[in-house]
Design a protein around this ligand. Structure first.
Ligand code: GLN
Length: 446
């Protein structure tokens, strides 16, 4: 049914960079056979899933939507994907994204645009736009994305699906192509909160292959799907409902707050005073880490290598110049600048200090509240081409999502009504490793 749907809509939506129909059908048949023989199957047996193209898949092209990796076929599979395979899921294909996950609209892909299934003139959000659009359009039942500053939650909001960034360390990053390693986290897109709990059950957990993976016992997340939030304390950080947020989006968020109050939650305004500094701190830290992580694309070990080079240095330079897109180059330059001698203390180190202040804001808030609530994104999906030439405007898309990554805490975006026919996302932010409480509150909206 999913491949039929792909045949119907993929030429309009363009969620996928690679479709793996042959191996998907073989896997589906294998799972069918197990069921027919009465053998044990995994918890998500036969469910069709799409994977963002920055997650390594053995034997299947993994491009990060970059020309520099146009021909890269990984020799191993990311842990999160391997766990889904072991749960007997069926991978349908690899999804489009902003190149190396840098962007908020998927327009920075080196290969193609992806369109929002709700309105084909609009972007699906980004950077995991292909994964969000695939689930929204019925081209997959579930998908994986990555979230460094909002790349799961913002496209989930734009496409009207559920998206979660788990706590840093909750899902192994082994096999996730690094953008900003201290911020990156893998998470699912699903059609509802029940599916989210089922997906987290499969992908969370300790992995010795990722040195930042948390070695803690994870709960069965379905136990939080209970429809009871009486007495729960919820804070609304006023900085997240400030000027930049579209008034119609705010109205929808207020309606959601009213509903939670009706259900017996205590909701009140609070403050995260350092929120204004999250954006500049993020763009210093993320670009610094990116400039270091992306140094490995030198045309020697894998990916694009130009043939017309004069010597080895010329080969590095030409391969990188030809392989990387504009936004990636901009970030490598910004990051290299802020890490260079003489600027390091003034920019990078300062940004790390700000990061600590932001984390402390959250720590203080969570002494009083079980969770915090905000819009996911300042607006609904914007038009293709509207922002792509204005990087600063594009960066502002993530004002509500970025602080969460800096603090390492979990957050979920769930659909919260429509404005002019386009989905609005509601963000719930929780304590580290308390994904359960997010699911519990999110579930009351179903
Ligand atoms: N839009 C943000 C950026 O461009 C976040 C991207 C992400 O979460 N991968 O960096």
């Amino acid at each position: 049914a999913v491949f039929k749907r792909i045949d119907q809509v993929e030429d309009k939506v363009k969620s996928y960079l690679t479709i793996t129909k042959e191996s998907a059908m073989a896997k589906a048949q294998e799972v069918d056979g197990k069921i027919a023989r009465g053998e044990q199957v995994g918890p998500l047996a036969g469910v069709p899933i799409a994977i963002k193209d920055n997650l390594c898949t053995e034997g299947i092209r993994t491009t990060c939507a970059s020309k520099i990796l146009y021909n890269f076929v990984p020799p191993y599979t990311a842990t999160a994907v391997a766990k889904l395979n072991a749960a007997d899921m069926v991978m349908v294909g690899k999804t489009n994204m902003d190149e190396f996950a840098m962007g908020s609209s998927t327009e920075n892909s080196g290969f193609q645009l992806t369109y929002n299934p709700w309105d084909l003139e609009r972007v699906p959000g980004g950077s995991s736009g292909g994964s969000a659009a695939a689930v929204a359009a019925g081209e997959a039942i579930l998908s994986l994305g990555s979230d460094t500053g909002g790349s799961i939650r913002q496209p989930a909001a734009f496409c009207g699906v559920v998206g979660m960034k788990p706590t840093y360390g909750a899902v192994s990053r082994y096999g996730l192509v690094a953008y900003a390693s201290s911020l990156d986290q893998i998470g699912p897109f699903t059609k509802d909160v029940t599916d989210m709990a089922l997906a987290l059950n499969v992908i969370c957990g300790y992995d010795p292959m990722d040195s930042t993976s948390a070695n803690i016992k994870q709960p069965d997340f379905t136990q939080y799907l209970v429809n009871d939030i009486k007495g729960m304390k919820i804070g609304i950080p006023r900085e997240y409902m400030a000027e930049g947020i579209d008034p119609q989006v705010k109205e929808k968020i207020k309606a959601a707050i009213d509903k939670l109050t009706e259900l017996g939650a205590h909701v009140e305004e609070t403050s995260l005073p350092h929120t204004d500094y999250a954006m500049p701190a993020y763009y210093l830290i993320a670009t610094a880490e990116a400039s270091s992580n992306l140094a490995r694309y030198d045309g020697v070990r894998y990916g694009l290598r130009v043939e017309d080079a004069e010597d080895v240095v010329d080969m590095y330079m030409r391969s990188r110049s030809r392989g990387f897109g504009h936004e990636v180059k901009r970030r490598i330059m910004l990051g290299t600048y802020s890490l260079s001698a003489g600027y390091y203390d003034a920019y990078y180190l300062k940004a790390l200090k700000v990061r600590t202040l932001i984390k402390r804001d959250f720590d203080r808030a969570f002494e009083q509240y079980d969770l915090l609530l905000s819009p996911t994104s300042p607006s609904t999906a914007f038009k293709v081409g509207e922002m792509v030439n204005d990087p600063l405007q594009m960066y502002l898309q993530d004002v509500c999502t970025i602080p969460v990554n800096l603090a390492g805490i979990p957050a979920i975006s769930i659909p919260c009504g429509l404005v002019n026919g386009l989905p609005v996302g509601l963000q719930l932010m929780g304590k580290a490793f308390d994904e359960g409480t997010l699911l519990r509150v999110a579930y009351t909206f179903e």
